[in-house]
Ligand binder design. Structure first.
Ligand code: SF4
Ligand code: SF4
Length: 117
């Protein structure tokens, strides 16, 4: 998967934790109730995606980063020069995370170049 594009600084990935969960966690281990209790949104994998046949779910959990703020309608990081690798390498470091982010937030400025004609 090649992820290309440019950040629009909406702040979504600084304010939410995106996860791909397996069915066992979600249905048999109380995951659905656990994440709903955290205010999370849960989405089934869309038809046509290989993860759907594996019974996975997408989860978006509100977890605002304390270093994030909006300024003049643009997202800003208070520690931009010192932000951790999980942020500097985003969104190239975790394809499943990016799949969840993009399906919850189609307006993200990045996209998977293989998913477009
Ligand atoms: S969701 Fe996409 S556009 Fe928005 S801040 Fe994150 S990488 Fe940038
Ligand atoms: S450290 Fe900065 S880039 Fe990373 S999540 Fe927080 S605000 Fe966003």
């Amino acid at each position: 998967m090649g992820i290309v594009g440019e950040c629009r600084r909406c702040g979504d990935c600084c304010n939410y934790n995106y996860q791909v969960m397996n069915r066992a966690t979600m249905e048999y281990q109380g995951g659905r109730e656990f994440y709903l209790g955290k205010g999370a949104e849960i989405m089934e994998i869309p038809k046509g995606n290989e993860l759907r046949s594996q019974g996975k779910y997408l989860v978006r959990i509100p977890e605002p980063c304390s270093h994030f703020h909006m300024e003049d309608g643009v997202g800003r990081c208070d520690i931009y020069e010192r932000r951790p690798p999980i942020c500097t390498e985003h969104p190239h470091n975790a394809p499943e995370y990016f799949l969840a982010l993009k399906l919850f937030n189609p307006e993200c400025g990045y996209h998977d170049e293989q998913s477009r004609p």
